[in-house]
Every structure is written in C-alpha cells, then in structure tokens.
Design a protein around this ligand. Structure first.
Ligand SMILES: Cc1cc2nc3c(=O)[nH]c(=O)nc-3n(C[C@H](O)[C@H](O)[C@H](O)COP(=O)(O)OP(=O)(O)OC[C@H]3O[C@@H](n4cnc5c(N)ncnc54)[C@H](O)[C@@H]3O)c2cc1C
Length: 495
C-alpha cells in the first residue's frame, strides 16, 4: 500500500506550522513531541503506521475553522480523526499532514424527546448516546461492535452499521443533521431536527464521505423508543448452504428480524473458547436471529422463524427465555473479533457485501482461497443484509504473510463484486480498499466522484491518499486523458 509522496516543503516548515497551530489552539491542544505522536500513528487497521507531522486537538468550532483555514492558505494536508477505530485505515496519518483529533468534542448538547432526536458533538461515543436516553426508554439504533469506543463523528464519516441495522438502517438512515467545517474554514449546517432536507440532500453525500469533504463538528441523530421485548433464537446447521437458505426464507416470508447474524465453524469455535456460552460445536454455521416488538408479536414470529429454521435443516434450536439467555446468545458474536485475535497472532478483517443468495457460493470460494493461500479464515456475517466479515488469519512476524493476507483479502473483495455485491458494507474504503475501487467503478464513475470531492475541497487537502485510487488534482480533472498509452501531465504524482 503506497501513500502519496510527502511534501518536503511542508515538512521543512514544521516549526512554523506548530507555532501557528499553538496560536490557534493554546495549552496542550497541539502535540509535537515524537514519542507522544506515536499514540496516533495508526487506527484500527494496525498493519499500516505513519507518525503524523503534528496532532491538533481543538475544543471549539472556531478553533477547527481557524486550523482548517490556516492549512488551506498554506497548502497543508489534514486528516480528521475520531476515536481511531477505523478498520480501513481512514484515519491513517500523513507524514506531511496535521492529524485533527475531535476527541475533545465530547458533549451531549440537547436531548429532544418531543422531536425524538439527540444533538451531540462528534467525539461522543456511539454507546454514550443510548446511555444518555435509556432512562427515558429511548436508544440510538445503529450499534457497531465498537460502540463503546467509536465516535459518532466517525460513524457519520464511515456510515457505520451494526447487528441491528437490518431493521433500523445504517447511520445514514438515522442521521438528521450535521454542522460541517469545510477545508476553507467555512462553517455550514446540513439538515437538522426537521425531517426533509431544505434543498439538495447533501447530508446523504456527507454520510460515508470518510473525512474527505469536511470536518463534522455537530451531529443530530434520531432516537427510537426501546422495543418492549427482544427474544433471540440460536439455529445450528450442518451445512452453510442450509443456513443461507434459512436467511433467504425468513426475509421472503416478509419478516424483518431486528438482527440476523451468522458465524462459520472457525468463528463459532473461537467464540465459544473465549466466552463459554454453550454454542454447538458440531455445526458448520450458526444463525442468531433476534425479534423485537410487542410480546405477542415477538412470541408469534419467533415460532414462525423456528419453523423455517427446522424446515431448512437446523439441527440445533435454542430459544432465549430470559434477558440473561438472550445476552448469552449474543456474547459470543459480540466477542468474535477479540476471540479470533486469540487464535492467531494477527488477523485482517475484510468487509464486503453480497446479495444474500450468493452466500454459499462465496463461502465455498473463500474456503478454496484459504487452502490455496495456506492462510486460515474465520467468517462472521451480518447475514440479513449480506455484509461479510471474513477474518484472514496471518502472522506479521513471518516475512511475506502480510502481503499474502492482503492478496487473499483483495481476492475476497473482488469476488464480492463479481457476484453482484460491493467492496464495503460498513467499514469504508480508506486505504484498505482504495486500490480496488477500479474493480467496482469505471473511469467515468471515479471521475464524477472526484468532481464531487473537488467541489468541497478544491486543493485535495482533506484526507488525501484515501478512497481514490490515484492522485488526481482538481485543477487537471477533465484534462487527464490517456490517449494511446500516452499519459498527459507526466510530472504529476500518481500512486
Ligand atoms: C473491534 C472493532 C469492531 C468494529 N465493529 C464495527 C461494526 O460492527 N460496524 C461498523 O460499521 N464498524 C465497525 N468497526 C469500525 C469502526 O469502529 C467504525 O468505522 C467507526 O465508525 C469509526 O469511528 P471512529 O470514531 O473510531 O473514527 P476514526 O477511526 O477516527 O475515523 C474513521 C474515518 O472517519 C473520519 N472522521 C472521524 N471523525 C470525523 C469527523 N468528526 N469529521 C469528519 N471525518 C471524521 C476519519 O478521517 C476517517 O476517515 C469496528 C472496529 C473495531 C476496532
């Protein structure tokens, strides 16, 4: 994975930059000490590391605006960062860039039950929103497994999902408004407590824009009333195909469970060894299906789902009869990532989305790839929405294994696109899938996406090197044609 060549001129002006940033953010808000910068050198994709030129931790919107305006005027790149849990390297710093941390934006500004929304600063964690409203019987629905740590600003930037997004939607379906600071320092507001956008729906553009279009400084999200009851069903299958058929059949019956998750044999074994919740160990696939709503409806639907599971060949069926049992069913799935971390020195978590019916075919092909690469793989899967998370097991201390794991991961994502899916379900493109964008998008698609980027950030200073497969400066866009193999503007950096 290659990043753009650092700008030696900017690195040479580091002292001047630090002094200017300290004038904007006084006190301890600017981190320039080399040892302290080490804490910021990677995000959740720890395979890639880079110390930032300097870290700045503003506390007010005025400071964010002034930092961006200064960097814009002096041609300095900026990488926004929330909690640093991105699994696609979205918050990977740049050697010649400012890392702009939003961790001090951690206040809940307004809990508005009449309008069923919460207004929060971007550094507030996902779970803190639910915790703030749960005493009134409300919650915030999108629930990434990282919800205890990840920030809502990061969730907006990545359009994050979680196990309950099948029924309640991803971040974009629960986002009502943002305050955004553009690279020029201009502060804009998009959406708000009202339901419909006043003009073009730019909020949808910002959600999932991976820190490339602006820095989110305030977020308004929908809050929902907590369901009266939740019950879960554990269905074990001897064959993955049967589990896949069960998922399709449940949806075809018109039932949208609150969650429908699948784990394959290696993931089941790793999770059970970690949390000991009584998962069956003699099955190839385990489905956790959760129904929520009024008790009578839930009791009825859970029997319908049980019937579908048995008809599809489930060999073990367990029903949660208490909240403790329901939580135990989930404990293994929620701990699947750390559990897999115990069985392999390193793992590389992929994130692709496929049409549900392609699941057996894709899992079979992943098994074949696993054999040909000689690397293990464990799969957890948001089965209801077709979002795969294969974890490729490798050892970074063995020379060449990281590269093998990356190649294996690329093959999996290419496969997802080949069967009619997409490169990412919820983790974003970042640097991880950047060079695969051309598998999914043609040159015209990529050029239009780049034009949108230019409309927000005409110098390409905000989070460069992420998402787009090649460096393409806005000024030259539209003139970058390769004719008979002759590249125009050969002096421009490409990577
Ligand atoms: C164990 C584990 C489990 C996970 N499970 C899930 C899961 O179930 N579902 C899921 O979707 N993700 C999951 N993730 C991935 C990650 O938690 C999400 O992508 C999360 O939204 C990132 O939030 P963050 O605050 O850590 O953002 P960061 O990692 O700091 O940044 C992520 C991206 O957002 C940008 N960004 C951050 N803050 C802002 C801002 N205020 N304005 C503009 N841009 C900003 C950054 O530039 C970067 O591109 C998991 C990660 C881990 C480590």
């Amino acid at each position: 994975m290659q990043m753009p060549e650092p700008d030696a001129g900017v690195i040479g002006r580091r002292r001047e930059l630090i002094a200017a940033l300290r004038a904007i953010v006084p006190g301890e808000g600017v981190i320039a000490d080399n040892a302290e910068l080490g804490a910021y050198e990677s995000d959740g994709l720890t395979a890639y590391r880079q110390r930032p030129l300097v870290v700045v931790l503003p506390e007010t919107v005025a400071q964010v605006s002034a930092v961006l305006a200064y960097c814009h005027a002096h041609g300095v790149k900026v990488v926004p960062r929330g909690a640093g849990t991105s699994l696609s390297g979205g918050a990977l710093p740049l050697a010649d860039g400012v890392l702009l941390g939003l961790s001090k934006f951690n206040r809940i500004l307004d809990l508005d039950y009449d309008n069923r929304c919460a207004v929060v600063q971007p550094g507030v964690t996902n779970l803190a929103i639910t915790n703030a409203v749960s005493h009134r019987g409300f919650y915030y629905a999108p629930d990434p497994s990282s919800q205890i740590a990840c920030s809502i600003g990061g969730n907006v930037a990545e359009n994050s999902g979680g196990v309950h997004c099948l029924k309640y939607g991803m971040t974009t379906n629960n986002l009502l408004g943002v305050e955004l600071v553009l690279m020029t320092g201009e502060v804009v507001r998009l959406g708000g407590k009202h339901l419909d956008p006043a003009a073009l729906d730019l909020l949808g553009v910002i959600c999932g824009s991976e820190g490339l279009l602006g820095v989110v400084t305030e977020v308004t999200v929908r809050i929902l009333q907590s369901p009266e009851t939740q019950r879960a069903l554990l269905l074990g299958f001897r064959e993955v195909e049967a589990a896949g058929a069960c998922v399709a059949q449940v949806i075809a019956e018109g039932i949208i469970p609150a969650a429908m998750e699948m784990m394959d044999r290696p993931a089941i074994h790793a999770a059970e060894a970690f949390v000991n919740v009584g998962y069956p160990l003699d099955v190839d696939a385990l489905l956790i299906v959760e129904l929520d709503g009024p008790p009578a409806e839930v009791d009825h639907l859970i029997e319908v789902v049980r019937g579908i599971g048995v008809a599809c060949g489930a060999c073990t069926v367990q029903l949660s009869n208490s909240e403790a049992e329901r939580k135990a069913f989930w404990a293994g799935r929620k701990a699947a990532f750390p559990a897999v971390g115990r069985i392999s020195p390193d793992y590389y978590c992929m994130d692709g989305t496929i049409p549900r019916r392609a699941l057996p075919q894709v899992l079979q092909r992943i098994r074949e790839l696993s054999e040909s690469y000689g690397l293990g793989v464990a799969n957890v899967f948001h089965a209801g929405d077709g979002n795969l998370h294969p974890m490729v097991l490798y050892d970074a201390n063995i020379p060449g294994q990281l590269e093998e794991a990356e190649a294996f991961g690329s093959d999996i994502l290419t496969l997802c696109v080949e069967v009619g899916g997409v490169l990412t379900g919820e983790h974003g493109v970042g640097v991880e899938k950047r060079d695969l964008m051309e598998v999914q998008f043609g040159p015209a698609d990529l050029e239009q996406q780049q034009r949108l980027k230019c409309a927000f950030d005409d110098q390409g200073l905000l989070n460069p090197g992420k998402v787009f497969p090649q460096l393409c400066r806005c000024a030259e866009l539209g003139r970058m044609h390769i004719h008979r193999g002759q590249v125009r503007f050969p002096e421009l950096d490409r990577f």
